[in-house]
Design a protein around this ligand. Structure first.
Ligand SMILES: Cc1cc2nc3c(=O)[nH]c(=O)nc-3n(C[C@H](O)[C@H](O)[C@H](O)COP(=O)(O)OP(=O)(O)OC[C@H]3O[C@@H](n4cnc5c(N)ncnc54)[C@H](O)[C@@H]3O)c2cc1C
Length: 453
């Protein structure tokens, strides 16, 4: 059943009296994958999805940010969530990205083994087509880590996977706070006008709003048993991105193997980062660059003519844009907070983040240019003006076996609560540098498996 809360808020409805097996708050990729997996395993499950946005129209909300600015259009409030904008360039978390490369280097930060994550990727790939099985793990014999990325040119809105005959979905309905009483969980609408009840509840509100919903519930003196309140919202991360500049003397034949290409409505490229031994030895991160061919219109026309002399001229005129995508060290000073219903984000580069960018850009120039000393356009400076939010909001509700330093346990249950779970990039204990949606959906399938047991 599909219900518009805006048309219902002053009326009585049976939906407020129903008792569900599961309430899922948020209808983005996390919520949709979770519901699909629960239903496929336990057909008779009674599920309610609650969505703040409209069924079709999108809305956006401002985030007040210090240092790195969070873009207005970095989250969409609508059925399908931010996948209504984009979510389809994918690759996988490397095993070493799940480990800290800055201290205690052997530890796994995630309460999950890498091969279990890979097994979940295979499952979500079948259903939502993230191209995981098409990703090639090639050996290139260059002194860098190389990982392939594939995306579709048109966004796959997860709304299309929702079947309203399988579940109830109520939209235009913002949940303001949550609570639990013995074996009942409740989701309250604004001003506590209504509530919905279920045995179990899962918060899938995206990287920022998931944290805000928990913060507001604590402010409203709900979920009193929640543990480790002092770290909620901390260790927030993103994948800041910017143009490092241009390679004017590129080793074209070499770069061709890695550059961004568009073929049959798909995007392919290889991300190039520092060798993992180097990352571990010098406390660096897995930030990566991608090469984008950049030649004028005239050169593009000439390159279609198959004359050897012309080909040589063209080769000299081709330059490459070098685009950087950063991993961020989980840093306790980077945070999401809620004050007077406004969201504030503090997100600043650490010394390790900056050192990684500097070393990576130097190594890229030295290896991929045939004239590194003359490369004047590849400079790491004025980044404050160039840097962009990648719309990948992660961390703030750490997922870890460390009881004192986390908010979410290995089963994605909120520590201290009995029946409330989280599935969102807010739980990521490290950001890696890979686009997050396939990993979020992998966590959803894992959680579904646990919930239906
Ligand atoms: C421009 C752009 C490009 C991107 N490109 C990529 C990419 O190429 N690859 C990739 O992997 N990722 C990409 N992303 C990120 C991707 O969109 C997110 O990782 C993904 O959508 C997260 O899914 P989610 O379900 O966790 O959250 P969301 O998609 O954000 O969904 C959360 C849902 O919860 C709802 N909600 C929030 N608060 C409440 C509340 N209090 N009550 C009720 N409902 C609520 C929201 O309205 C929303 O529908 C991109 C994002 C943007 C904006």
């Amino acid at each position: 059943m599909k219900i518009n809360y805006a048309q219902l808020s002053n009326k009585k409805s049976k939906i407020f009296e129903k008792f569900y097996d599961f309430i899922i708050i948020g209808s983005g990729p996390a919520g949709v994958t979770l519901y699909k997996d629960i239903i496929s395993k336990k057909k008779k499950s009674k599920i309610l999805i609650i969505e703040e946005g409209d069924y079709y129209k999108k809305k956006y909300k401002k985030v007040f940010s210090k240092y790195l600015k969070i873009k207005l259009k970095s989250r969409a409030f609508t059925v399908g969530g931010s996948s209504s904008i984009w979510s389809n360039i994918s690759s996988y978390f490397e095993e070493f990205e799940m480990q800290p490369r800055w201290n205690n280097k052997k530890k796994n930060l995630w309460p999950l083994k890498h091969n279990s994550l890979i097994a979940e990727y295979k499952k979500v790939d079948k259903r939502f087509n993230f191209f995981f099985n098409k990703l090639k793990k090639k050996k290139f014999h260059i002194p860098f880590e190389v990982r392939q990325f594939i995306g579709s040119m048109y966004p796959v809105n997860f709304r299309k996977f929702i079947n309203e005959n399988e579940i109830d979905i109520i939209y235009n309905c913002k949940i303001n706070s949550i609570d639990e009483y013995r074996k009942i969980t409740r989701a309250y609408t604004e001003k506590d006008k209504h509530y919905f009840s279920a045995k179990k509840m899962i918060i899938c509100c995206g990287g920022i709003e998931t944290i805000n919903l928990i913060q507001n519930s604590i402010y409203k003196k709900r979920i009193k048993n929640i543990q480790n309140k002092n770290i909620i919202g901390k260790f927030f991360m993103d994948h800041p991105k910017f143009n490092l500049g241009y390679l004017q003397y590129p080793k074209v034949e070499l770069i061709k193997k890695f550059e961004l290409v568009k073929k049959r409505n798909k995007i392919f490229y290889y991300g190039i980062s520092l060798e993992k031994s180097l990352q571990k030895k010098f406390n660096l991160l897995n930030s990566y660059i991608r090469f984008e061919k950049s030649s004028g219109k005239f050169i593009k026309i000439l390159s279609k003519i198959n004359v050897p002399i012309l080909k040589n001229i063209i080769k000299k005129k081709v330059s490459y844009k070098v685009r950087l995508f950063c991993e961020m060290e989980p840093n306790i000073h980077n945070s999401v907070t809620l004050k007077n219903k406004k969201t504030f984000v503090k997100l600043r580069f650490s010394k390790i983040d900056i050192r990684t960018i500097k070393i990576l850009s130097r190594e890229i120039k030295n290896y991929f240019s045939y004239n590194p000393d003359q490369e004047k356009n590849l400079k790491f400076k004025n980044i404050r003006n160039k840097i962009e939010d990648a719309s990948h909001h992660m961390g703030g509700l750490r997922y870890s076996n460390n009881q004192k330093l986390s908010n979410v346990d290995r089963n994605l249950k909120i520590r201290g609560l009995r029946n409330i779970y989280v599935c969102s990039s807010a739980v990521f204990p490290s950001s890696g540098s890979v686009n997050p949606t396939m990993t979020i959906c992998a966590l959803s399938t894992r959680l579904a498996n646990f919930l239906v047991k």
